[in-house]
Design a binder for this molecule. Structure first.
Ligand code: SF4
Length: 331
């Protein structure tokens, strides 16, 4: 194993695996691992980027201490009632790609040997569709190819040195066609895009059969975007509702109404929206099944962009009101 056989583990995952003794309000339901050595890309929002002056032990606002791979594998082998998935977050470098492949094989062996049932995701920027194919042939269950930016314009502003937006869309499209139901992506809300741009891109991804995970932009000290604020809660709620309605096939982005790029309505009455929203999964962390990313974008006591657990009735009502949507019965 490269890099002295070390792997980064999100601090919540380390607690869930018993690698550190720490009390957590909500434990992660996915074990998040991160390759070491930083990233060759230069995304302006990311602590792992080449241009970032922050600690390499950060990704978003979460810290990721290093542990020996053997220790992490041993902890995973014990099984864990909380964990439903292992996600290896792979930075852009050939060393990281090799590390991720070796680590995936090791975890897959342990999963088989101990009869464990967690799935394995790789959050990975592939070189080509045949690269994706080689990962699936190892036995990995899902691959997340992060789009991050909703449009070409936002990509050019925030992801220089990370290929082109069109290339990522093409990789997503071709991978989704070859491996239906096994490709996820991430979109970041708050990079300067409009809600309309997000809704239309989410519709395009949904039509390709791609699972969408939403992140709220989170400024990290030492990155070029450290002074950019997080999205407003009303924006985030509208985008969450849009993602949910689009991905469940309830309403298409073309049936929403927009005013100056903001989603003003989703084409249904308040009563119908309340019924569609049901138990509030729209406001829970989205992405691969079982991925809850606690405190990834949230400070304890601050705005909960992505709920890492089921919502209470009162929280669902609050989120719906925060969205400030015009419903058909109110117009
Ligand atoms: S949605 Fe979650 S589990 Fe899936 S690739 Fe992204 S971080 Fe990993």
């Amino acid at each position: 194993m490269s890099n002295d056989g070390m792997i980064r583990v999100s601090v919540g995952t380390a607690a869930a695996l018993g690698l550190v003794n720490m009390r957590c309000d909500v434990l992660p339901s996915t074990a998040y691992l991160l390759t070491t050595g930083g990233c060759m890309s230069q995304c302006a929002f990311c602590a792992q980027a080449r241009s970032s002056k922050t600690s390499e032990a950060l990704l978003s606002r979460v810290s990721w201490p290093e542990f020996p791979v053997e220790q992490v594998i041993e902890a995973l082998a014990k099984g864990n009632s909380v964990l439903q998935r292992v996600c290896i977050q792979v930075t852009s470098s050939s060393a990281a790609r090799n590390m991720a492949k070796e680590l995936s094989s090791d975890i897959l062996k342990v999963r088989q040997e101990y009869g464990l049932d967690y799935e394995i995701s790789l959050s990975y920027y592939p070189l080509s569709v045949s690269d994706v194919e080689s990962l699936f042939s190892l036995g990995v269950d899902r691959i997340g190819i992060a789009l991050d930016a909703a449009t070409h314009r936002i990509h050019e502003k925030t992801k220089t040195g990370s290929g082109s937006w069109e290339n990522t869309i093409r990789l997503l499209e071709e991978s989704a066609m070859s491996f239906p139901g096994k490709i996820s992506t991430h979109l970041i809300v708050g990079l300067g895009e409009t809600e309309e741009e997000l809704a239309k891109t989410m519709q395009r991804l949904k039509d390709l059969g791609i699972t969408i995970g939403l992140f709220a932009f989170t400024p990290i000290k030492g990155t070029p975007m450290e002074h950019v604020p997080q999205p407003q809660p009303d924006t985030y709620r509208r985008v969450q509702i849009a993602r949910y309605l689009i991905t469940c096939g309830h309403v298409a982005a073309s049936d929403f109404t927009y005013v100056d790029g903001r989603i003003s309505g989703v084409g249904v009455s308040f009563e119908a929206l309340r019924e569609l929203i049901g138990t509030g999964t729209a406001f829970e962390t989205s992405g691969c099944p079982g991925c809850n990313r606690p405190y990834y974008n949230e400070r304890p006591g601050g705005i909960t962009f992505n709920y890492p657990r089921p919502l209470t009735e009162a929280e669902i009502e609050k989120c719906l009101l925060e969205a400030e949507l015009e419903c058909l019965d109110q117009t």
